[in-house]
Design a protein around this ligand. Structure first.
Ligand code: HEC
Ligand code: HEC
Ligand code: HEC
Ligand code: HEC
Ligand code: HEC
Length: 317
């Protein structure tokens, strides 16, 4: 070949090889970036909904709890989108002539459901389940962000495999008491704002955390409070520790609005008195950091280890 091509064309060939290489690398990086870009993951997009429903107005403004509308989030894989009836509960009286609510009235009159555009949508080959996350101490805000501050709903996180795995490899940094699941402002314990937790007597006993023969997740046999149970206000604490159990949860669901076991703002709200039959917890542990609380809850909730939780079959079945 050396006789046909002189030195200079050799250099040219080398240069073009290098150039091709660079282009290929640039394309690769570009595609990879593209796959992770918000344009592909739909992060942050606010599609035109039939009705400009505001979580900020209804959650932060009116104080409605998530379960008032997303009724199945604790007990099924789907959180669910509320039927028109839920809106009509109020909008038969409030804002009855508003132009914005025309599609709601139309839906109610005709029985055709409102065509909400889905915002979070995993591919079919991924298995996801709300119930397990919510009952093992992962709050809505850990995945959906500050929904209470969203005038229009958008997807806060990528929902890509990496994002799921990032938590599955080390869930403890995100664990919170199940009583704080709906608390959008939860920040974890600190020296200034400790959290106290106790195992209720059933936990670890013969029926292994199942209360009254119900197959309640073990997580619910742990109860936590943000009010010092040993000093300041023992009555409040005694009441609070019972807001987590399945008994009070079913009461919560029979009510029309909100839930007694959810919280507003900083401190827990007190609700139902303890059912007389419930045994009292033995002793409280005090936590002043997320690291301590996370370790404790990982054990109490009987979480699988990082390897088990990142194995392919967990999400691809
Ligand atoms: C008054 C009823 C109501 C309440 C209360 C409510 N939501 Fe919603 N939510 C809706 C409706 C209607 C939609 C569908 C329209 C939209 O996406 O904005 C929705 C959509 C969502 C979506 C996106 C669904 C999708 O398409 O992917 C998430 C996530 C969500 N809500 C979380 C929450 C959380 C967390 C709370 C509590 C802080 C809450 N919602 C409280 C009515 C409600
Ligand atoms: C608990 C009562 C209640 C329920 C349930 C409720 N709303 Fe509302 N909604 C209100 C009130 C009160 C306002 C006025 C809020 C304001 O101006 O601050 C309002 C305002 C609105 C508005 C006007 C724009 C805004 O956000 O201020 C829209 C649109 C709306 N609601 C849609 C819905 C839809 C859709 C549903 C069902 C998924 C629903 N609402 C359920 C009480 C309710
Ligand atoms: C571990 C992360 C995670 C947590 C915690 C979580 N969600 Fe979701 N949520 C998702 C994912 C992922 C989807 C999309 C599911 C799909 O496409 O199948 C979703 C979808 C939804 C939807 C759309 C309807 C549906 O059921 O698919 C609503 C509404 C919703 N979530 C509300 C909530 C509420 C309310 C809470 C807190 C009680 C919550 N989510 C907690 C990750 C989470
Ligand atoms: C913020 C933390 C967090 C995020 C984000 C998260 N998970 Fe999880 N996931 C958990 C925890 C905690 C458990 C419970 C583990 C246990 O019980 O051992 C769990 C359990 C599961 C399970 C097991 C269900 C069962 O019945 O065995 C599946 C499936 C799952 N997650 C899918 C997903 C998918 C898919 C995503 C991303 C779209 C995701 N998770 C994001 C924390 C998270
Ligand atoms: C915690 C849940 C989870 C686990 C565990 C998990 N995946 Fe995924 N996987 C996902 C999600 C979510 C997606 C969808 C990503 C998207 O929409 O871009 C996905 C997508 C994929 C894809 C499609 C291509 C891609 O990257 O988007 C492949 C292939 C895949 N996973 C293989 C695996 C293998 C192999 C394992 C085991 C080593 C595994 N996954 C473990 C959640 C998981």
């Amino acid at each position: 070949m050396a006789q046909v091509f002189d030195r200079s064309s050799n250099a040219l060939a080398r240069a073009s090889l290098v150039l091709t290489g660079l282009i290929v690398i640039a394309l690769g990086v570009g595609l990879n970036e593209l796959q992770r870009s918000p344009w592909v993951t739909r992060q942050g997009q606010r599609p035109d909904q039939p009705v400009p429903f505001s979580h900020k107005h209804h959650v932060e403004g009116l104080g409605l709890q998530c379960q008032y509308c997303h009724t199945s989030v604790e007990k099924s894989s789907y959180a669910g989108i509320p039927p028109t009836k839920t809106c009509i509960n109020c909008h038969a009286q409030i804002w009855t002539n508003a132009e914005l609510l025309q599609p709601v009235r139309h839906s109610w009159a005709t029985g055709e459901s409102i065509n909400w555009i889905r915002i979070h949508d995993l591919p079919d080959y991924v298995y996801f389940n709300h119930q397990i996350h919510v009952n093992k101490g992962i709050g809505c805000a850990s995945c959906h962000g500050r929904v209470d501050e969203m005038p229009l709903m958008y997807q806060q996180n990528s929902l890509q495999m990496e994002w799921c795995l990032n938590c599955h490899r080390n869930p403890s940094v995100n664990l919170r008491p199940t009583s704080e699941i709906y608390n959008m402002a939860w920040n974890g314990p600190s020296t200034g704002k400790p959290v106290w937790c106790a195992e209720t007597a059933e936990n670890g006993s013969a029926n292994g955390g199942y209360v009254d023969g119900m197959r309640a997740p073990t997580a619910q046999a742990v109860s936590c409070t943000t009010t010092d149970p040993t000093g300041n206000n023992p009555n409040v604490a005694m009441l609070q520790q019972f807001t987590v159990g399945p008994a009070s949860m079913s009461q919560a669901h029979s009510g029309t609005m909100g839930s007694p076991n959810a919280t507003e703002g900083e401190n827990q709200t007190v609700s139902d008195p303890p059912p007389a039959s419930m045994p009292l917890p033995v002793s409280y542990h005090k936590f002043t950091s997320q690291a301590e609380l996370g370790t404790y809850l990982t054990a109490q909730y009987h979480l699988r280890n990082a390897n088990e939780l990142s194995s392919c079959e967990v999400c691809h079945r």
